[in-house]
Design a binder for this molecule. Structure first.
Ligand SMILES: C[S@@+](CC[C@H](N)C(=O)[O-])C[C@H]1O[C@@H](n2cnc3c(N)ncnc32)[C@H](O)[C@@H]1O
Length: 278
């Protein structure tokens, strides 16, 4: 593991905050040292001061720095009640409006969340016999996870990952292995999922987002606000909910809150909200 003095450590935290809004507190010291050690190995820059100045001056190294310090934990159908609510309530209501549907998933990591959204949409379309076009925009700041998500190749351990009863994996993924180990399988997402999805890099900490006001019918923002300071969470939330139309549904992570912005929403429970005010 790499040795960091107080000054170097605070420069690392400062730069990460400046470029991503991610705020790391001192309890993360071991994690920071470990991740910086890996970054040094990947960039072949073993001098911390040289690395720090390259983070400022070299866009590629700056991106590698950000990628190295994000936490990308995710799962298929994590907080499954949101996907069930889409199938039971939000999607059938949108199908009745007879207009193309747009969904935004704003910290999509390696893609399990937007692919779970896409599977839920396809299942709901079948269930309600709808042919309404649905598109899903999935963004993240981390270019490595976006690349993995675009590829859509996953090792799925069925002892760990829980899929809803309606989800027949073979309907949505092609097997890439010989199936000899039925509990851990290698799959690739089928084009019918991929065709609904657009992945792009967006930094939630930047002052504006590449979307128009009220562009989306459904917004997923889960397990990302926790990495930001409270005052930044409120600003990010306020920019995000601007992209959601009135009557649109907002699915928020289990340990995240809306602060004063909750007055713009009707609360349905399970961190599910309907936007009622601009
Ligand atoms: C713990 S994962 C959550 C993934 C998914 N939303 C879920 O709930 O399973 C957090 C993700 O937020 C992304 N992230 C962190 N800071 C970000 C920022 N400033 N802008 C966009 N994404 C960010 C990370 O790269 C990471 O992939």
């Amino acid at each position: 593991m790499v040795m960091l003095d107080e000054n170097q450590l605070s420069l690392i935290k400062e730069k990460l905050y400046k470029y991503s809004g991610i705020f790391l507190n001192d309890s993360k010291l071991a994690m920071i040292k470990n991740r910086i050690y890996h970054l040094m190995r990947d960039t072949q820059i073993y001098n911390i001061d040289t690395l720090l100045s390259n983070i400022e001056s070299n866009a590629k190294i700056q991106q590698q720095f950000i990628n190295s310090l994000t936490t990308n934990k995710t799962d298929f159908f994590r907080e499954v009640f949101h996907f069930q609510d889409m199938i039971d309530r939000s999607l059938p209501a949108l199908f009745r409006l007879n207009k193309p549907i747009k969904i935004y998933c704003c910290a999509s990591s390696t893609g399990q969340e937007p692919y779970s959204i896409a599977m839920s949409v396809l299942y709901a379309k079948k269930l309600y016999k709808s042919s309404i076009p649905v598109s899903i925009v999935a963004t993240d700041i981390d270019t490595n996870v976006l690349q993995e998500a675009k590829e859509g190749i996953y090792t799925i351990d069925f002892k760990v990952e829980k899929f809803p009863h309606w989800c027949d994996i073979d309907e949505y993924f092609d097997a890439l292995d010989d199936g000899k180990n039925p509990s851990v399988r290698l799959f690739k997402a089928k084009n019918k999922l991929k065709n609904m999805l657009t992945f792009k890099q967006t930094n939630l900490f930047s002052k504006s987002y590449p979307f128009i006001r009220e562009e989306f019918d459904i917004l997923f923002c889960r397990n990302v606000l926790i990495y930001f300071k409270q005052e930044d969470q409120q600003e990010i939330l306020s920019r995000l909910i601007d992209t959601l139309r009135i009557d649109g549904t907002f699915y928020l992570g289990h340990s995240e809150i809306l602060f004063h912005l909750s007055e713009k929403f009707e609360k349905l429970g399970n961190k599910t909200f309907i936007k009622i005010k601009a």
